[in-house]
Design a protein around this ligand. Structure first.
Ligand SMILES: Nc1ncnc2c1ncn2[C@@H]1O[C@H](COP(=O)(O)OP(=O)(O)OP(=O)(O)O)[C@@H](O)[C@H]1O
Ligand SMILES: [Mg+2]
Length: 394
């Protein structure tokens, strides 16, 4: 969901804290817009699914701009943050111009999270009762561990076995090869075609993807290095926001080096899967990543370490590694050299090559869990704002 907070003065700390804590998987921006007139024609405002207005001086509020915004964007939610004690004076006027909630500045911490969730449910209902797609990111603990192969084949299984709409994004902008693991098509469409489009919409995004199955799409990394230069985290944000409206799952294949783009993709992710093998260099790589995740304050529940190519008797024991990493592996994937090489050489997904292979079955089990873990769509609860309105009108 895209959230824009406009503030007549320096934005309240409570507001910033809540957006940072509760909206990690949203795209949000907090801007100061001083002056009596509200400018609703900026890209940040006109694309907002949730518009939060911190304008304590209610006598000079630009009601007509708020009304125009709400008429133009019927699926968006507008919330007003006002000074203490002004509530009764403002409620009816706010309702007339389509404001969904009015919060007293003293109750931001307590009530804003619930308002955000309601806006999310409204948007999902408007988009066809479908919850926003889950963003899953796959990151190598060390090079060559199988991250791209696993990410692309899991995406394919989610699409073709579990019939979810899936978008695989190859964000390895230097050496992207996730594309070649599930298709032999050399269609030139890529992220480079859409990433800089100012008015990018869902249809344009889908048109830039290669369809690799009935329900699986691939957004390739740009084949031309010049197209990769200068991509900004905000542009990645935009792709993820649009993508999560159109797809049930977005699987992102990352390169090993962390940069502002991969950090933004991880910030926006519901789950991050570091992929490792049971040999020492991978253990060190995983510990380094764990330190980074801690520094970024990612909750532990967001990180699910996957151990790949298990089964070599010379490898370190899983228990020892789990002890060193202070965590349990989320998933164990077996080594399946024969089917993996056949799949890669044919440019065909593993599922098409070996639907009953050991690695395929492990990916199907993993996808079962992901599909089962998708939360059910909740009905929006009645807003206390509307309850208050009802009590005034009575
Ligand atoms: N479970 C597995 N069994 C057998 N081979 C595997 C398995 N997983 C991955 N591979 C093989 O490992 C090789 C490297 O995989 P991949 O390119 O996905 O690694 P990566 O972690 O993305 O590397 P990079 O750091 O270069 O992006 C591929 O040839 C792939 O077939
Ligand atoms: Mg890779």
């Amino acid at each position: 969901m895209k959230i824009t907070a406009l503030s007549a003065s320096s934005p309240p700390q409570d507001l910033k804290n809540i957006l940072q804590e509760k909206c990690r998987s949203d795209q949000f921006v907090v801007l100061e817009q001083v002056g009596a007139k509200l400018n609703i024609d900026t890209p940040e405002v006109s694309s907002a699914d949730l518009l939060i207005l911190n304008y304590p001086d209610i006598d000079h509020l630009d009601w007509s701009a708020i009304e125009i915004f709400n008429l133009r964007h019927p699926h968006s939610t507008t919330v007003l943050l006002i000074g203490q004690g002004d509530m009764e004076r403002i409620l009816v006027q706010a309702m007339r111009v389509g404001v969904r909630d009015v919060l007293d500045s003293a109750e931001i911490s307590e009530r804003l999270p619930e308002v955000i969730e309601r806006a999310r449910s409204r948007l999902a209902a408007a988009l066809g009762n479908r919850a926003a797609g889950k963003i899953l990111t796959f990151i190598p603990c060390k090079g060559g561990g199988g991250t791209s192969f696993i990410a692309s084949n899991l995406a394919y299984v989610l699409g073709e076995v579990h019939h979810k709409r899936v978008l695989l994004i190859d964000l390895d902008l230097q050496f992207g090869d996730a594309s070649f693991y599930i298709t032999d098509s050399d269609d030139g469409r890529s992220l480079g075609d859409v990433i800089r489009k100012p008015n990018l919409d869902g249809q344009m995004l889908e048109a830039a993807c290669v369809q690799v199955g009935k329900s699986t799409w691939l957004l390739r990394a740009p084949s031309n290095p010049e197209q990769s230069v200068g991509i900004t985290p905000e542009q990645i944000d935009n792709i993820l926001t649009l993508g999560s409206r159109q797809f049930d799952f977005i699987c992102i294949d990352l390169e090993r080096t962390l940069d502002p783009l991969s950090l933004r993709a991880m910030d926006r992710s519901d789950l991050i899967f570091p992929i490792m093998q049971t040999v020492l260099p991978y253990v060190r790589g995983t510990q380094r990543l764990q330190r980074t995740f801690r520094a970024l304050h990612y909750p532990e529940s967001k990180i699910r370490i996957i151990v790949n190519r298990q089964g070599n008797s010379k490898d370190l024991s899983v228990e020892k590694i789990e002890e060193a990493l202070h965590t349990k592996f989320y998933m164990h994937l077996p080594n399946d050299f024969h089917n993996a090489s056949t799949s890669i050489n044919a440019g065909k997904p593993l599922y098409e090559i070996a639907p009953d292979g050991v690695l395929t079955l492990a990916l199907i089990r993993w996808a079962d869990q992901l599909v089962g873990a998708m939360p059910k769509q909740e009905q929006p609860a009645a807003s206390s704002f509307w309850r208050k309105i009802a009590s005034i009108v009575k």
